[in-house]
Design a protein around this ligand. Structure first.
Ligand code: ADP
Ligand code: ZN
Length: 723
């Protein structure tokens, strides 16, 4: 027997299929160890055959076979082909996506436990073997007993000789680490509203593959997802349910467990390696039928998928920013095609790309214009911060926000204060000479952290001592602007000394379930005000929240990104959607320095269609995505000269491409990246805007061809982060 093997080295030079001889139990999908270039390395069996195309003396044998059943299912190899050709990555890199990384590196294994039990028929044991008699007496009447504990109590010798004599037998069983402590309280499905029922029958009856649910915040999208999943499970199928950041949504977790119990496996970053491994195998073995998780759960090892659901489909976390740089929606489409199943995208603020596809008839569009029980959308009050400054109000809160906060706290309700962190200047500046403290490895300014009293680089994590004086001019007038949230919390506590305030940002969440702890505390009403950044905007459902304050609604408008209007609209809608979700009416105070901005106008009126029609016209007139493709080729390396030389070569070839396709290029240039260095690596880029994606494959090919051990070249499509 021969096995066709992909070796686990993600490098274009070994991106081929190798052949090994193998024992008869080898099947496609197994992980194996094989000799390769003088070493023993991991590999994946793609297929097996009776004969070899090579002379037998050239074919080496497989060293070891893992996995029973095979870790990789047949679909993996079909997806591997699509992903490696779409994103120009080696096959091994594509296959790695399907396995939990801890498992690949051999860091986790199944946990087995041994159990001892009395055999029915056995030869008599001598009375003088006292310990052995004690063991027999102890096991008598018990179904079984933990082997290790038994050895601890009576001695390994006594137990093992009983095993040898056939008096007791040992059974080895796999133990599943259960990531969920605590009780699950079961919850029946809700009675669907008319709109929800319509949405489900539209999805089930439409011949289209992709469905877009555009439903305002609180319109009951979650219940629709849950019932679609339940229907598929009833049909004997499986389902994948993706949310942007599952560890951030405690309610979602408990809802899913309440509804599906052991049928659901949850894959998220808060799990230990062992738990992740066991949840993964539960899916692979068919014990669990629903995979729930963030982006990477799109690779869940399920067969016979009936539905793939992507909630908050507009969220930028669905685009992978590390290699392979895949789009989750695109991979979901591959899987939906393979399984011939439905793909359901949902959002209160669909991405412009998705909504265009829906209006053009490519997707089945389902609209939920109202909240459950016709609850009103929260009223959004605009505070013009220019007027506040003129009135001599130096605090971060407008008078309207202070009044509303006061009223909310007096009623015993909760409030969320949201800061757009990207908008905050967190620099350390010398007021005498203008010196700005920067990281030694990265071309970025440092941020002051008052808890640790140090300066930190947010790109590489390096910490620096605080500066007693300016290193340039010796001046002592150094200003630490501090992180935005910290300042807001201290101002809030002086305004409302009795209020219990929680803060949630990257600095306060430590440990794997840090987010979860803060959010659970807030959900249990152990705090009155939650102050936070982007991470509190997503999907939470806190019934007692009746006020949301958005401190700097327009900050993201100032970024020179074609998507800044779309991002701002999404953010305001999402954050506002946290208010007044239960019986009490909600309010939102939106602070801004440009109240006349049209994006804010649409957001305040919950006018998604107005926003979309306006935005899509601008994109069309200016030829921005989805009417073009922005493509960035990054060139990075430690050696500045080598990187720069590579940049020139890459640019030259793309320039040639443009000469033969002049109509397809709207823009082409090469330059330093805005952040010139990260972790000691210089960063250059070729930026271009293409009319259509036809040339993309050629640009990928150029990048792959110029990558060397010293200089990395890679392609980003419509990157969300241009730093
Ligand atoms: P969305 O995901 O659209 O923002 P949710 O699914 O969180 O909205 O629903 C908003 C609220 O309405 C939740 O508290 C949910 O429990 C409730 N809800 C949803 N569907 C129903 C229903 N059919 N009957 C009663 N309450 C419902
Ligand atoms: Zn740094």
């Amino acid at each position: 027997m021969y096995a066709q093997v992909i070796v686990d080295i993600a490098h274009s030079q070994v991106d081929r299929i190798f052949e090994y001889s193998c024992p008869p139990e080898t099947v496609a999908g197994c992980r194996v160890k094989v000799p390769f270039g003088g070493r023993i390395i991991d590999g994946f069996v793609l297929s097996v055959s009776e004969t070899s195309s090579y002379p037998p003396e050239k074919v080496k044998p497989i060293v070891e076979i893992f996995d029973e059943p095979p870790a990789l299912q047949p679909e993996c190899f079909s997806l591997m082909e699509r992903i490696s050709s779409r994103y120009k990555v080696p096959k091994a890199a594509a296959l790695r996506l399907f396995l939990p990384s801890e498992m690949r590196l051999g860091k986790v294994r199944e946990v087995y436990k041994k159990y001892a039990k009395l055999n029915d028929i056995t030869a008599p044991i001598s009375k003088s073997a006292k310990k052995q008699q004690e063991v027999l007496a102890f096991l008598n009447g018990k179904k079984e007993y933990d082997y290790t504990l038994l050895c601890n109590e009576f001695g390994r010798g006594a137990v093992n000789s009983l095993v040898e004599k056939g008096a007791i037998s040992i059974e080895k069983r796999q133990i599943k680490r259960n990531p969920f402590s605590g009780e699950i309280k079961e919850e029946p499905p809700k009675t669907l509203t008319y709109m929800q029922g319509n949405a489900i029958s539209s999805i089930e009856n439409s011949p289209k593959r992709v469905h877009l649910i555009h439903g305002v915040t609180g319109s009951g999208k979650t219940e629709i997802y849950l019932q679609i999943i339940a229907n598929e499970i009833k049909k004997g199928k499986t389902a994948i349910f993706l949310v942007p950041e599952i560890s951030l949504t405690p309610q979602m977790l408990s809802q899913l467990r309440a509804r599906f119990k052991g049928e659901a496996a949850i894959l998220h970053s808060g799990l230990s390696a062992g738990e992740k491994f066991d949840e993964w195998w539960r899916l692979r073995s068919g014990e669990a039928k629903i995979a729930i998780g963030a982006r990477s759960a799109i690779f869940a090892p399920l067969e016979n998928i009936g539905a793939i659901i992507i909630d908050e489909e507009h969220d930028s976390s669905y685009l992978s920013e590390t290699a392979p740089r895949y789009s989750t929606v695109e991979v979901a489409k591959f899987r939906a095609e393979y399984n011939n199943c439905k793909l359901i995208l949902g959002s209160a603020t669909p991405s412009v790309e998705s909504f265009l596809a829906a209006t053009e008839g490519e997707y089945n569009l389902i609209t939920l214009p109202e909240r459950i029980n016709k609850r009103p959308m929260p009223e959004i009050i605009i505070s013009d911060m220019r007027k506040e400054v003129k009135r001599g109000n130096p605090s971060p809160f407008s008078s309207a926000l202070r009044e509303e906060l006061d009223a909310t706290l007096k009623c015993g309700n909760q409030a969320i204060i949201f800061l757009n962190r990207r908008g905050y200047s967190q620099k350390v500046i010398c007021r005498d000479c203008g010196y700005v403290a920067k990281c030694e490895n990265c071309d970025v300014s440092l941020t002051y952290h008052s808890e640790e009293d140090c300066l930190k680089c947010h790109y590489c994590g390096t910490k620096y001592r605080m500066l007693p004086a300016c290193p340039e001019c010796g001046g002592v007038h150094i200003r630490y602007s501090g992180t935005g949230t910290q300042r807001v919390v201290s101002e809030l506590s002086s305004l409302f000394p009795d209020a219990r305030i929680l803060r949630m940002d990257n600095d306060t969440v430590s440990g794997k379930d840090g987010h979860y702890k803060i959010l659970s505390k807030f959900a249990k009403k152990e705090a009155d005000i939650l102050v936070g950044t982007q991470m509190i905007a997503k999907g939470h459902d806190f019934p007692a929240v009746t006020l949301v304050g958005i401190l700097d609604a327009d900050m993201s408008l100032q970024f020179s990104d074609y998507r800044s209007g779309e991002r701002t609209f999404q953010l305001i809608t999402q954050v506002s959607g946290r208010s007044g979700r239960a019986d009490m009416k909600g309010k939102v105070v939106l602070q801004t320095y440009c109240p006349e901005n049209y994006i804010l106008r649409y957001a305040v009126n919950y006018d998604y269609l107005g926003f979309f029609n306006n935005e899509i016209q601008i994109r069309k007139a200016t030829s921005f995505p989805p009417y073009s493709l922005i493509c960035r080729v990054m060139v990075t390396g430690e050696d500045e000269k080598k990187s720069l030389d590579t940049l020139k070569e890459v640019y030259f070839e793309i320039e040639e491409l443009r000469k033969s396709n002049p109509d397809n290029f709207i823009f082409l240039n090469k330059m330093h990246s805005p952040v010139k260095k990260i972790q000691g690596k210089h960063r250059y880029q070729v930026l271009m805007r293409l009319k259509d994606a036809a040339l993309l494959q050629k640009i990928y090919a150029i990048s792959v061809a110029h990558t060397t051990p010293h200089v990395l070249v890679y392609v980003e499509e419509n990157p969300t982060n241009l730093s």
